[in-house]
Design a protein around this ligand. Structure first.
Ligand SMILES: C[S@@+](CC[C@H](N)C(=O)[O-])C[C@H]1O[C@@H](n2cnc3c(N)ncnc32)[C@H](O)[C@@H]1O
Ligand code: SF4
Length: 451
């Protein structure tokens, strides 16, 4: 039987599974976790290790139909300015709770569109965040940039604030595809933006592109890739388009008849991956590519690749503090998510407290399963030696999962003395195999297609 046929029987073209940017996933978050939990986690942070900070800016001037991110469209700047005030209030609450001397190793601004902020607002927000922490020597500051909503002044303000990494949204350059997903953006506009970001001294640049979009063909994605590669990004995230119209209502604008089916999606991905590898990019995890000298490639080669809410990362900080509406913080004891609606978030921070609304406390078993899932998603293998070193005899409770995986995935999984390796880094299988370690996977939740 061909590999494709076997993968079909294993459910690769018909299955849905989490992308495991956290474990447990957000489906397990509940309202029993609130501000008291977040406050005690913050107060208990160790100052020995740097932490990461994420600031969420949930506004866009355009609302692309394909986009599943939590964001709201606005043509007026008033709600953005009001939201910035809320962020500053949240930062002040944080200041009162953090142990003095807490170090920040990473700062990431995402959205939505962080570059909707005016240059002076960029400076105000960055200064406020930095004033709460000591800055680690290895500090990295990355920002998600929409090339249609940025200019030299904003880039200059970001660069002065310390931005040294940037991620540029592209998705696809084909105009038929762009019209079908409600997102128009020319190569020239994108190249100009990248030129400005590079000129501002940003050395590490990522671009996001998608496969599985309406009207994409092998020829059209080949052309898009030629254009993307001409922009010379250091990293490329090649995400599978997640069609989840029950969650992201604006995706109802997308013509489902024009979407590639499961095997077509896989063909597109394989072609694109092949082309990227032939152009000198190393494959990283299930959906990233990076130049060999890039820190992501080096981390992947040495088993130091990690996975968090931003996807693949070299970030090894144990703690992530999320600022803003819907932002998720990760502490040793669990996850804490802020109120998702901006209005609710703003009310909570203006009433004198944090804005945590839900989350989940982590047991030792959760932490161990999270690490096993991360190993599959990052390294395409599970090594019980490491799990035993960290979790002791508890690691033996995974033996049945490991045996089941080896049995079910047959030739795609090679048993080893200490676990298994996924053969040929079968990316489409990784989410399904990771799901076998998910003790909550039988519970409600609708996810995107795995391939
Ligand atoms: C916050 S968004 C984009 C940042 C910025 N606002 C822009 O438009 O360039 C971050 C990334 O999420 C990815 N994304 C959004 N919706 C998606 C979907 N439905 N399926 C897969 N990836 C998606 C896109 O690749 C996008 O660049
Ligand atoms: S892709 Fe970017 S600009 Fe478009 S809706 Fe999503 S976050 Fe906003």
């Amino acid at each position: 039987m061909s590999n494709d046929r076997i993968l079909e029987e294993l459910g690769v073209y018909s299955s849905h599974a989490p992308r495991y940017t956290s474990y447990p996933t957000a489906v397990q978050f509940h309202n029993g976790i609130g501000t008291d939990f977040a406050k005690s986690c913050l107060q208990g942070l160790s100052i020995d290790k740097p932490i990461s900070v994420y600031a969420h800016i949930p506004f866009c001037e355009r609302l692309c139909w394909y986009c599943a991110c939590r964001t709201q469209g606005t043509k007026s700047h008033k709600p953005v300015a009001g939201y910035l005030k809320g962020l500053l209030q949240e930062i002040e609450h944080l200041r009162k709770m953090l142990p003095e001397g807490t170090k920040m190793g990473r700062l990431h601004w995402g959205g939505g569109t962080p570059t909707i902020l005016l240059p002076e607002e960029v400076t105000i927000l960055a200064d406020a965040i930095k004033s709460v922490f000591e800055i680690d020597d290895q500090f990295e500051f990355s920002v998600e940039i929409d090339p249609t909503l940025v200019d030299k002044d904003k880039i200059s303000a970001l660069s002065s604030a310390g931005m040294n990494r940037a991620s540029i949204g592209i998705q696809d350059f084909d105009t038929k595809v762009q019209h079908a997903i409600g997102r128009l953006q020319s190569l020239e506009q994108t190249a100009d933006c990248i030129g400005d970001v590079r000129a501002a001294g940003v050395q590490s640049l990522n671009t996001d592109i998608l496969y599985g979009l309406p009207h994409q063909t092998p020829e059209s994605v080949e052309q898009t890739l030629t254009q993307v590669i001409s922009l010379d990004p250091d990293r490329i995230a090649l995400y599978g388009y997640a069609h989840v119209p029950w969650m992201a209502k604006r995706q109802q604008m997308i013509d489902e008849a024009a979407l590639p089916d499961g095997p077509e999606r896989r063909t597109l991905f394989d072609l694109m991956a092949e082309r990227l590898e032939a152009s000198g990019y190393d494959p990283i995890g299930i959906d990233h590519f990076a130049k060999p000298g890039d820190t992501l490639s080096k981390a992947a080669a040495s088993g130091r690749l990690r996975r968090n809410f931003q996807g693949y990362t070299t970030d090894s900080c144990d703690t992530l503090i999320g600022l803003g509406a819907s932002a998720i913080s990760k502490f040793a004891g669990g996850y804490a998510q802020n109120a998702p609606r901006s209005s609710h978030y703003l009310r909570m921070v203006s009433e004198g407290g944090l804005a945590t609304q839900r989350g989940v406390a982590l047991t030792e078993t959760d932490k161990m399963r999270a690490r096993a899932i991360e190993m599959v998603m990052c390294d395409f293998k599970v090594d019980k030696t490491e799990l035993e070193e960290c979790f002791g005899p508890l690691a033996q409770t995974l033996d049945k999962n490991i045996d089941d995986i080896i049995l079910e995935y047959g030739k795609f999984v090679q048993p080893t003395d200490t676990g298994f390796t996924v053969q040929d880094k079968q990316r489409a299988l990784a989410r399904l195999i990771a799901q076998k370690f998910d003790a909550y996977s039988g519970e409600a939740g609708r996810y995107s297609a795995v391939s």
